[in-house]
Design a protein around this ligand. Structure first.
Ligand code: OGA
Ligand code: NI
Length: 345
């Protein structure tokens, strides 16, 4: 069951609770990337990705070239990990000094999420900060055979896909195809394994509270249970993203919003839970080097369309987010809105 028991820490304010009726998201673009594998149709695909990023901030990809077995092995490792007895998970629990591994106490906007997670990085990652250095190093569970190998294989496949998507996004903004690649030389990418156990009060709690992803791109695997809700741009309604077999859900994060100078917008989303069935998902958060100064790209800034954000340091932003979450600071988490310039007037 994941050892969670319902209490007031999980209860969302009334205006943020899920409604009893679910609205299925019709119209979220489903983009078939198979023309890329054949080496043609790049411009048409870039146009589709651009329209989806502008209108939804979310899209589904199929024909992406990631082998089904790679996904199945990673998903199997994920299930086996969360099925471990409590001691097995405790052995790889994260701490403030070692931020990767297992934990079940994440808060989004200071309300506890109904989930347990395991975080890992593709490679040991150093984040240099004004006041020192953070090192992200993996903890590997001992009792799950093949865990490390399956996730390393999954990561390699995700990285390939992430760079393809990055190229399509660059093309869609009329930039050089590799314009954004340089930011990812020393990436701070991480993978999160999410387990949402059945919840006795799905009307009060959320698996993940409403939020926007802070990084560049998120590539999400979800199982066939369903529960990801996106706030639809046209009317502000929460709509459910229906699981599509052999697909990934892509969302553009805050960094692409800033780089694109608001041509694309990072969409708000959340996870609803249910009382009958556990759910598994695996987001791959594609993030740039910690020393990246994030600001609108100069090609997308002009006199008529001035920069809408002040530059900020990605590493500081990222670690403040992680830290405020860890300590459950009683403040609104840091948001890109803090860097928005006040224009006009
Ligand atoms: C997240 C997230 C969605 C899901 O972890 O940031 O939005 O379906 N997850 O688990
Ligand atoms: Ni998210």
């Amino acid at each position: 069951m994941g050892g969670l028991s319902m209490n007031e820490a999980f209860v969302q304010a009334p205006e943020h609770r899920p409604k009893p009726t679910v609205v299925e998201a019709s119209g979220i673009p489903v983009i078939d990337l198979s023309p890329l594998l054949a080496g043609d149709g790049v411009d048409a695909l870039a146009a589709e990705v651009g329209a989806a990023s502008r209108d939804w901030g979310f899209f589904v990809v199929v024909g992406h070239g990631v082998p089904a077995e790679t996904v199945a092995r990673a998903a199997e490792a994920q299930r086996a990990f969360f099925a471990l007895p409590a001691e097995g998970k405790e052995a790889v629990r994260r701490s403030e000094a070692e931020p990767l591994g297992y934990y079940a106490s994440e808060h989004t906007k200071n309300v506890r999420d109904w989930k347990e997670v395991f975080d890992l990085v593709p490679r040991k990652t150093h984040v240099a900060l004004a006041d020192g250095q953070l090192v992200f190093d993996n903890k590997w569970p001992q009792d799950v055979p093949g865990f490390r190998e399956s996730l390393e294989e999954y990561d390699a496949a995700m990285e390939d896909l992430a760079f393809k998507l990055l190229e399509l996004i660059a093309r869609s903004l009329n930039l050089r195809p590799d314009r954004l690649h340089g930011f990812f030389k020393d990436q701070t990418t991480f993978i999160r394994l999410n387990h949402y156990p059945p919840c006795p009060s799905p009307d009060l709690a959320l698996g993940v509270g409403r939020h926007k992803d802070a990084g560049a791109l998120t590539i999400l695997y979800q199982d066939d249970t369903g529960g990801l809700d996106v706030r639809r741009r046209s009317d502000g309604e929460w709509v459910r993203v229906k699981p599509v077999p052999n697909s990934f859900i892509i969302n553009v994060g805050d960094l692409i919003q800033v780089w694109s100078n608001d041509r694309y917008e990072s969409a708000e989303h959340r996870v609803s839970v249910n009382s009958a069935k556990e759910r598994f998902s695996m987001p791959y958060f594609f993030n740039p080097a910690s020393y990246t100064m994030v600001e609108p790209l100069e090609e997308l800034v002009s006199e008529e369309n001035p920069a809408r954000y002040d530059a900020y340091n990605w590493g500081e932003f990222f670690s403040t987010r992680k830290n405020s979450n860890f300590k459950k600071l009683d403040v609104e988490n840091v948001q890109i809105a803090h860097f928005r310039k006040s224009l006009g007037a």
